[in-house]
Design a protein around this ligand. Structure first.
Ligand SMILES: [Zn+2]
Length: 218
């Protein structure tokens, strides 16, 4: 973020605080009413990729949860990362996950430079484990997965990730959204190739691939 962007961001901070989704007064970036509209996730276990040992999601990728992800990622509403990250951490505690290390799904460095942050890294903030983004890198920039068939998604991401040696480690992968599962599958496959014993996944929201019509992905 440049100094000018930082200044613009500071000016844009609302006071009194408002909900980043509906704009009404709220002490939290997600008000109780918007949170009430979110639909708990129901994961289709058949959709879990074979290289991933488990996947958890807080919400279904629709309504306010989808809006929260888009506002965080494309409108740089980074204040949303606090309540979103807290809910991810709560879900991980509820399911008693105890990974050796947490890895945010990486975005390409050029995308991170443009956006100013990796949303998946921001969502790790409340997890009480070692967060190690350097364990997995995105070595190739890819086009958006939106609108691609499963086969094309696979080709698009082929060779996109590179893991550091992580012999015997249990890894928790964190991302904002899970749709086709192809990103998580490839990350998991690469981590296991590098020695990980277990790879679990947690996301803020999960949905069907046809919900994934974002104009920009990674
Ligand atoms: Zn609201």
């Amino acid at each position: 973020m440049t100094v000018r962007e930082l200044a613009e961001f500071a000016i844009s901070l609302p006071y009194p605080p408002v909900c980043a989704l509906c704009g009404l007064d709220s002490p939290s970036p997600i008000c109780d009413s918007c949170r009430g509209e979110m639909v708990p996730a129901s994961m289709d276990l058949d959709a879990v990729p074979s290289d991933l040992d488990s996947i958890l999601a807080v919400y279904a990728y629709e309504s306010r949860a989808r809006q929260a992800i888009r506002r965080l990622k494309y409108h740089r509403q980074t204040a949303l990362a606090a309540p979103m990250g807290a809910e991810i951490a709560q879900l991980v505690r509820d399911n008693r996950l105890a990974p050796d290390v947490v890895v945010p799904v990486p975005i390409h460095w050029s995308r991170a430079a443009h956006r100013g942050f990796n949303q998946a890294t921001l969502l790790c903030r409340d997890l009480p484990f070692t967060v190690q983004p350097s364990l997995l890198r995105r070595v190739r920039r890819t086009r958006s997965q939106a609108g691609l068939s499963q086969e094309d998604r696979r080709k698009n991401l082929d060779g996109a990730f590179r893991a550091q040696p992580c012999q015997g480690l249990s890894v928790l992968l964190v991302d904002d959204v899970f749709t086709s599962g192809e990103t998580m599958r490839l990350c998991s496959q690469e981590l296991k190739r590098a020695g990980a014993s277990v790879v679990m996944g947690v996301v803020y929201a999960s949905g069907r691939p046809d919900m994934d019509f974002d104009y920009e992905d990674y």
